[in-house]
Design a protein around this ligand. Structure first.
Ligand code: WTA
Length: 682
């Protein structure tokens, strides 16, 4: 077994294979093994349906028959489902494939070990360039089983929730799959979050177990992840066990609660009985930002999520057997869950785990990796593309990118310049660029240029077409569906699909209020969109107080909560503004208490430290403007629209200011903004 620290122990390889292959649950496995091309929806023989366009229509108008056939073909079931769906969007009830039993880790591992044990499952692109490590399906299954047994031995049971605070690495994937194997839910927390943010998520998830590493390494910098966990668990009385893997050679202080993970794993059996899970049992929680100060733990369940991740991975990117899939997202976000882990592994694919940054050790990192690992599909964020564009073409042209077939983006709108550069320079004009729209809530990609037809026309900077079974609609401000093209409105989904989130952990009411009540009978995404004359969708951005900084979601209320805790601050308003690299930057307007006598620079430093400590570095304001007062309506509501216009230097269209309590406030703020800009230029 290869350990993350780089050690290799060729452990019981042959006897392991023999035992796994002989074990009883193989009786229930599907026969398809890891041949991703084995099932094409268009080949499923839906009566009267020929051609992909017709299949797309069929998948929406006959969504039950479509999803039933796909679920039977794509997943290996322990017991078949008896009800395809039982959903009522107006009441927030979403259930798929009830009666069915399956195990997600068996679907992602065992069935591929059965047919092609030596196929590479993971390629770990470590932070240290050129030191990648490969894991076969057999090795990943072995690691998962040992860890599953270890967790079980330490009392983790079906229905528990394990928090994972790790960098993107094979042991993190094995941790997710080990939870799935024994029926525990996982809660992966992005390793860039602070101790306070981690603690809040552990408490809300009521985890008694945490898995972490001694230290993280990213962009050559070491981060003290175990120490962060130690600080976090001080305020988490539920935590009883902390499993610690060794990412670096540096020992860390261990307490009675801590368990040396790799050492203990070696003592465990390599066969671990998979739990038979109901389709609607929880697979994982993933916290994301909403428009209040409190992050929400979105809940995804077993069968529907896995099926949707697998199908979208296969069709949106045109993934085929033998391809190497390079999604560079961190596993702490939904993109890492669906397209570094579950989608590719369910399809028996080879997936890259990227631990580093786009510019470490230099801006050629991605393309060096593409050449070295022979990546076929590269999936990244517009913010990174914009950043690399600025460094120039030479960093791309140095490397052979002939293995690339498809380029993808996700997380935020991609501007035309970045899209064109990605297409022309990175893809040498021969690789389709797919701008994929989706959310933590949707589980997988919902709108993308070529979901069904690999030859379809692509318009730059547009997500364009709905995936199989997806029916987007645009709503006007009165809550009516806008039927014609050439229009814009609030983006909703008119029918449920298997990959969607089921609830918010411990707060179903918030789920209903956020997603189901704004447009009764529809799922509200929180985004606005245009539909072109041709009927293609283009996402314009969030309609709520959530902003997207370098593709990372953050609620402005979360940042305000922290800023307002500063003893010098009376009140604040945080908004997003256009930022050339990050997409959106964080802009804080801050009103100080009377008689505060601190230098503004010191206060800025203090506020940044507070946000970094309470949330994460990426949430720190790019700009802090101290103002005497905020523009408020007569009813006391902050007029954020005006603040956004000021921050974006868009003073010609401030709009109707007549409801402001005192319109003079706006002039003060404009004045302060231009002083700040000239100070920054100096
Ligand atoms: C935004 C990330 C424009 C959107 C998978 C959404 C996009 C939020 C795109 C979800 C895109 C995602 N074009 N905007 N292709 N993809 N978004 O939950 O505002 O981290 O609501 O999921 O990102 O962010 P989340």
């Amino acid at each position: 077994m290869r350990l993350p620290c780089g050690c290799t122990t060729k452990y019981m390889a042959t006897s392991f294979c023999r035992r796994v292959l002989a074990s009883s649950y193989f009786g229930v496995l599907g026969r398809r093994g890891c041949n991703t091309a084995a099932f094409m929806p268009e080949a499923a023989g839906f009566e009267g349906v020929s051609g992909r366009a017709a299949l797309q229509e069929f998948s929406v108008s006959n969504s039950e028959s479509f999803w039933a056939a796909v679920a039977r073909h794509r997943l290996s079931w322990i017991a078949p489902f008896h009800t395809v769906q039982d959903c009522d969007l107006s009441r927030g009830r979403i259930k798929w494939f009830e009666g069915g039993k399956l195990n997600v880790s068996v679907n992602c591992l065992d069935r591929h070990v059965h047919t092609c044990p030596e196929r590479v499952a993971l390629i770990w692109e470590r932070d240290e360039k050129g030191s990648e490590v490969k894991y076969t399906y057999r090795e990943l299954l072995e690691m998962t089983c040992r860890l599953g047994n270890l967790l079980r031995r330490h009392g983790v049971k079906k229905g528990d929730c394990v928090t994972i605070y790790m960098p993107t690495c094979p042991l993190a994937v094995a941790s997710m799959l080990a939870c799935a194997r024994i029926g525990a839910a996982h809660n992966v927390v992005f390793a860039g979050f602070s101790a306070d943010a981690l603690a809040e998520r552990i408490r809300d998830a009521q985890s008694s177990t945490v898995i972490t590493v001694n230290q993280g390494v990213r962009g050559g910098k070491v981060t003290e992840l175990k120490k962060t966990v130690d600080t976090a668990v001080q305020s988490c009385p539920t935590v009883q066990k902390v499993f610690v893997a060794m990412r670096t050679d540096n020992p860390v202080a261990m307490t009675a609660r801590d368990i040396a993970m790799e050492e203990e794993m070696l003592k465990e059996d390599v066969v671990c009985e998979p739990a038979a899970m109901n389709s609607e049992d929880v697979l994982f929680l993933l916290y994301t930002s909403g428009s209040t100060g409190k992050p929400k733990g979105l809940v995804h369940t077993q069968a529907g999520y896995l099926l949707y991740a697998a199908l979208t991975h296969r069709y949106v990117f045109g993934y085929h057997d033998g391809d190497v899939f390079g999604c560079v997202a961190d596993i702490g976000w939904i993109t890492g869950h669906s397209y570094s882990v579950y989608g590719p592994l369910a399809n028996g694919g080879t997936t890259v785990l990227f631990e580093s940054t786009p510019i470490y050790p230099d801006p050629g990192r991605y393309w060096d990796m593409v050449e070295r690992l022979k990546i076929s599909q590269f999936y990244g964020a517009p913010t990174a593309i914009r950043l690399l564009l600025k460094y120039g073409d030479q960093w791309v042209n140095k490397y052979d990118r002939s293995s690339l077939k498809t380029l993808g983006t996700v997380g935020e709108p991609i501007n035309t310049e970045a899209w064109e550069w990605y297409h022309r320079v990175v893809g040498e004009g021969r690789c389709p660029v797919v701008d994929t729209w989706w959310q933590t809530e949707t589980g997988g990609i919902c709108i993308a240029p070529r979901p069904s037809d690999p030859e379809a026309e692509i318009v730059p900077g547009m997500a364009m077409r709905p995936f199989f079974g997806i029916k987007p609609v645009l709503m006007d401000s009165e809550g009516k569906v806008l039927p014609s093209n050439n229009t814009s409105g609030a983006l909703c989904m008119a029918q449920p699909w298997p990959g969607m989130a089921r609830t918010i952990h411990n707060n179903h009411q918030r789920f209903i209020e956020t997603y189901c009540q704004p447009y009764p009978g529809y799922f509200f995404t929180g985004d606005g969109a245009n539909r072109s004359a041709e009927g293609y969708y283009q996402i314009t951005g969030r309609l709520d107080d959530v902003i997207n900084v370098s593709g990372h979601r953050i609620g402005t209320a979360e940042i305000e909560d922290v800023v307002n805790q500063c003893s010098s601050v009376a009140e604040s308003a945080v908004i997003g503004y256009s930022h050339t690299i990050k997409g959106e930057g964080v802009y804080a307007f801050v009103v100080l208490k009377k008689d505060v006598d601190i230098k503004e620079e010191d206060l800025c430093r203090e506020l940044n430290n507070m946000v970094s400590k309470k949330i994460a570095k990426y949430a720190c304001p790019d700009c802090i403007q101290f103002v005497k007062r905020l523009p408020k309506t007569r009813s006391g509501k902050i007029m954020r629209r005006v603040l956004r216009k000021v921050a974006d230097c868009d003073l010609n269209s401030l709009g109707d200011l007549s409801t402001l309590d005192d319109p003079a406030t706006v002039q003060e703020i404009i004045q302060g903004h231009s002083e700040l800009l000239s100070k920054q230029k100096k």
